[in-house]
Design a protein around this ligand. Structure first.
Ligand code: SF4
Ligand code: SF4
Length: 238
């Protein structure tokens, strides 16, 4: 290419650039003066994992349930916990390794206690990679100003005392049956013994040939049942 043609091409590109600049000059600027100015990120954009705290008490909402740790596909979350005297799990350590976090948001979806959120924050470039491992304290500080909707607290169920049980129908009935049983008891044996001593048995033995024709059942019944005619015999003898 000759020198003359190179000069012509340079002037043409200069004029072309000046044309674009002159057309955009009256319009509003579309660029930001970073780092003095920053873009406002959409609310659901996934920046970095932070821990959320209770707005009243300032304590972490985390219950150390380990759901987020189990949901994390890259094992970026490490949780340590211990059981307190109240028999509840208490968080002792919560670490997020941002060098292996893929910002998928599964940990936020797994959390049922509004304790963890993907904040819209970014700009965490460092020279030392180890500084990208955030501990519990840093995660809590990063989440202090992150807006979130607290999970509605469960109301304690009202335990109704059971009504006193009504007495059973059998218990309400008067206990008259035992008295009837005592009235129907047979007479004491002492009254029958004198009869046997007075020779009734001897009389029955005399009657046995008459009352035992073929079957042996009838004599036994006669022994048990006091005969009214036999009761009268002693009186006749006397
Ligand atoms: S955003 Fe994904 S990779 Fe990062 S900590 Fe959460 S679950 Fe793990
Ligand atoms: S951040 Fe949420 S899911 Fe993870 S341990 Fe705490 S309460 Fe459980």
């Amino acid at each position: 290419m000759s020198l003359f043609k190179k000069v012509i091409d340079g002037v043409y590109n200069l004029l072309l650039g000046l044309k674009v600049t002159s057309l955009r000059l009256p319009e509003r600027a579309v660029t930001l003066q970073y780092p003095d100015e920053r873009w406002e990120m959409p609310e659901r954009s996934r920046g970095i994992v932070v821990l959320l705290s209770d707005k009243e008490t300032g304590k972490l909402n985390c219950t150390a349930c380990l759901l987020c740790q189990k949901a994390c596909p890259t094992a970026a979350i490490t949780i340590e916990r211990e059981k307190g005297e109240d028999k509840k799990w208490h968080l002792t350590s919560f670490t997020v390794d941002n060098t292996i976090c893929c910002f998928c948001g599964l940990c936020e979806e797994a959390c049922n206690f509004s304790a963890l959120k993907m904040a819209t924050k970014y700009e965490f470039s460092v020279y030392d990679q180890s500084e990208l491992v955030f501990d519990m304290k840093k995660l809590q500080e990063l989440g202090r100003d992150v807006p979130y909707t607290p999970r509605p607290k469960k109301k304690k169920p009202v335990v109704k005392k059971p009504a006193p049980a009504e007495p059973a129908a059998d218990e309400m009935k008067p206990k008259a049956e035992p008295e009837k049983e005592t009235e129907s008891k047979p007479e004491p044996e002492a009254e029958t013994k004198p009869e046997a001593a007075s020779g009734d048995l001897f009389d029955d033995a005399k009657k046995e040939p008459e009352s035992n024709p073929e079957s042996g059942a009838e004599p036994a019944q006669k022994e048990n049942k006091p005969d009214s005619s036999e009761d009268k015999k002693p009186e006749a003898q006397e």
